[in-house]
Write a protein that binds this ligand. Sequence first.
Ligand code: SF4
Ligand code: SF4
Length: 262
Amino acid sequence: MKAFKMKPLSTNERCPLFEIIEIETINRCTRKCPFCKWSYTKRSDEKKMVMPMKTIDKIISNLKKMNFKGRISWFSTNDPFLDKRMVEIIRRTRLNLPHAWISLATNGELLTNKKYRTIRKAGLDALEYNIYDEKGKIRSETIINDGAIVFQDKRPDIANFDNFENMAGKVDYGSKTNYNNFCNRPFQMMIVKPDGNVILCCSDMHGEVVMDNINRNSLEQIWNSEMYQIYRRELKGGNRKNLKLCSKCNYCGGKHSVKYPF
Ligand code: SF4
Ligand code: SF4
């Protein structure tokens, strides 16, 4: 792999603004799925981080100024229902961003039918409910689906692990092919961690490639930062091999649906 150089670019290659933003408000999960960092990281080794409400409001206000109409997902490598403020976060998001698509994904361990009704009323458009074991399957049957939930059965005897991602080489799952092609993620989505760091993509589960921090700059400034441009330039050229994490990643590089999970 070539040495990674952080040299500023001379040209400003602007990219259309992101269509998807994932914001993790708490870096914890109830599970330890084998294809996820929580199976490799002891919770005690990762300092607990909770995004302050004022940072959450700042993000909402920034998106409002942009008149954002894409997808806002208040989770990343965590379970969003561990954040007790989640209903209020969804309520504030909906109030300020009436045309955005607001969705979450959960393992369902902390979800009840009552909580689901409450969060839907607060403005959630869609919920991906991942079933990882028999208890999850039984729990899923207690939630009345009003048409806004997609149940994804990922129980070991049902899921096709060949299609799973290797999280930029950090987990031993999925195809062993290291693609060296274009990848859409840094052109379409932004990922924010609880400390405000904006990181490369959702496969960067340890937050190793930091673009900038939302406490320093606006979302638009970060989206057009030099670090993003360096990654986009190399990915456009099909040069994953020059990039930290991308060189070991088995993600095929395709586009995401803004309204996922629908
Ligand atoms: S439920 Fe999701 S975030 Fe939690 S361990 Fe499993 S894959 Fe990771
Ligand atoms: S190639 Fe992999 S690590 Fe690189 S941006 Fe795409 S998904 Fe992320």
